[in-house]
Ligand binder design. Structure first.
Ligand code: PMV
Length: 320
């Protein structure tokens, strides 16, 4: 038996980091995807092959390599196998259009597509189950994930996500706008950045509480701007959000360089997206300005992606 499932990467438009403490955040699915092919095999093992990592690993009962970069994928596959009642071994092949460890949610997209491909071998897909299995795998990748990455990768479109209240779909009316993402090329670790913010909050609780309250108000305004298609307001709110992220210590010089480059080239708003400390920025532009912004960023960034928000979440591509 064979099943192929795919799941999208994401961009956080506003609210990252604050979301860890219960503030809502807005994430959007991108038109860049990860594809997982799952086969049943006779031997009772789970074999994982990642083309992008150029890694192959065999997980056998009693010999589970927990320090392997492919371990979270094994966890997602194993939970999905139990859920679906599959008593065969599995082989998984992973291919991705998403850059790794950059903040585009590649780890969640892999876990979501893995859970979906394995479940599809025997059962119908239930998005809620797929997302919760992927969340278990995300807990291994990041110390304290908010759950935003697995949720947006499962459901697609744009969501207002909060740890306590779950998620709500947001109607997207941004026809005149495009997103340009630019990579500093500096690797960063989400768990380390989240921990850094936690320590700062423990020391300066009263001050940071005000910043978090401000982030919350901003996220609700941004949600309205997306629904009414107010590109200018969304851009301004993204700029304010970037200021708040700088205030909690997750920006670095290279991120600031990319952000100011994007704004000077005509972006309506530009900010860190994701954990910061390296990784990506996201710039919101009117479509007519995309080329200018892309060209300017190409001179200072390691990679630039002109992307679009995609309504497509996890999907079963093939089954036999
Ligand atoms: O892994 P990234 O760069 O997409 O960051 C995730 C966003 C955080 O809010 C920093 C962490 C989380 O779990 O929500």
């Amino acid at each position: 038996m064979k099943a192929i499932a795919s799941a999208p990467g994401k961009v956080i438009l506003v609210g990252e980091h604050f979301v860890v403490e219960g503030v809502p955040a807005i994430a959007a699915a991108l038109n860049l995807r990860t594809r997982v092919t799952a086969f049943t095999i006779q031997e009772n093992i789970i074999r994982v092959y990642s083309k992008d990592l150029r890694l192959k690993e065999i997980f056998r009962e009693g010999h589970i390599k927990k320090d392997s970069p492919l371990y979270p994928i094994f966890v997602a596959a194993n939970l999905a196998r139990e859920h679906a009642g599959i008593d065969h071994g599995l082989e998984l092949n992973i291919e991705s259009e998403l850059p790794l460890s950059a903040g585009m949610g590649s780890s969640a997209a892999v876990s979501v597509a893995t859970a979906a491909a394995v479940i599809a071998l025997k059962k119908n897909l239930e998005k809620e189950v797929v997302s919760s299995i992927a969340y278990e795998a995300e807990k291994i990748v990041h110390k304290k994930p908010s759950g935003i990455d697995n949720t947006i990768s499962t459901y697609g479109g744009a969501i207002l996500y909060s740890k306590n209240k779950g998620f709500e779909k947001i109607e997207i009316n941004l026809k005149d706008a495009a997103l340009v993402l630019a990579d500093t090329g500096i690797p960063r670790n989400t768990g380390v950045m989240v921990e850094k913010v936690r320590k700062l909050k423990a020391r300066y609780g009263a001050i940071l509480d005000l910043i978090y309250a401000s982030a919350e108000a901003l996220v609700y305004e941004a949600s309205k701007a997306i629904e009414v298609g107010d590109v200018k307001a969304l851009g301004e709110l993204m700029n304010i959000n970037h200021g708040l992220l700088s205030a909690i210590g997750v920006s670095i010089g290279k991120l600031e360089e990319l952000i100011y480059t994007a704004r000077q080239a005509g972006a309506v708003g530009a900010k860190i997206t994701g954990a910061g400390g390296g990784g990506l920025i996201v710039a919101l532009c009117y479509k007519k300005d995309v080329e200018k912004v892309e060209n300017a960023l190409s001179r200072v960034a390691q990679r630039v992606y002109v992307t679009a928000i995609s309504k497509k979440g996890v999907a079963l591509e093939h089954k036999n």
